[in-house]
Design a protein around this ligand. Structure first.
Ligand code: ADP
Length: 172
């Protein structure tokens, strides 16, 4: 896969524990509040200032992304993406691709050199991991060759199985 100057990597871990990364991506809810899964972990680690800052942008639509500071997280920014609910928000493949495209566009606008993504929509929102990862691979190939500031994209997966799927589909 040709991703220009951007290095892709996949690790097993927790999205809130990526201290060497400039911007982490939140699998957010429309109201940009705490919740389960990734959003719960990010808001707990960031502290209440994150929800206070994010509130001005809510509600966001599926496929949309907004940026805030990272508060008590060890990063500089949080980019909040609302993934599609599988089988509900249509067309779900395009909306999921939009999340990744918009997150990287906003990262570039803020001269972010490194970004970490969780597997958006594949938890509570029910997107099958195989299908979601194919979309991630397509978008990375499409956008990374054109970025100017981005040097590293890290995918942080929560299970060995998800990590394996990413490694296979992204040739990592
Ligand atoms: P969504 O509502 O977009 O589906 P979830 O937060 O429910 O988002 O889950 C997205 C993916 O992130 C799932 O695969 C889930 O297992 C994983 N996940 C949950 N918590 C974390 C975490 N702290 N760090 C990284 N990945 C996580």
């Amino acid at each position: 896969m040709n991703t220009g100057n951007v290095q892709l990597e996949a690790v097993k871990g927790d999205i809130t524990d990526q201290p060497d990364i400039t911007a982490i991506v939140n699998a957010a809810n429309a109201h940009l509040r705490t919740g389960g899964g990734v959003a719960g972990a990010i808001h707990r680690a960031a502290g209440p200032g994150l929800a206070e800052e994010a509130r001005q942008f809510a509600p966001i639509q599926p496929g949309e992304a907004v940026i805030t500071g990272a508060h008590q997280l060890p990063n500089r920014f949080v980019i909040h993406c609302l993934g599609p609910v599988y089988g509900v928000d249509k067309p779900e493949a395009k909306l999921l691709a939009d999340c990744y495209r918009n997150a990287i566009r906003i990262a570039e606008e803020n001269r972010v050199d490194s970004i970490a993504f969780p597997a958006i929509s594949t938890g509570a929102f029910g997107f099958p991991i195989d299908e979601a990862t194919d979309i991630v691979a397509e978008v990375m190939e499409e956008v990374c060759a054109q970025t100017k500031y981005l040097e590293k994209v890290r995918f942080v997966l929560f299970s060995d199985k998800d990590l394996e799927i990413y490694r296979e589909k992204l040739n990592l």
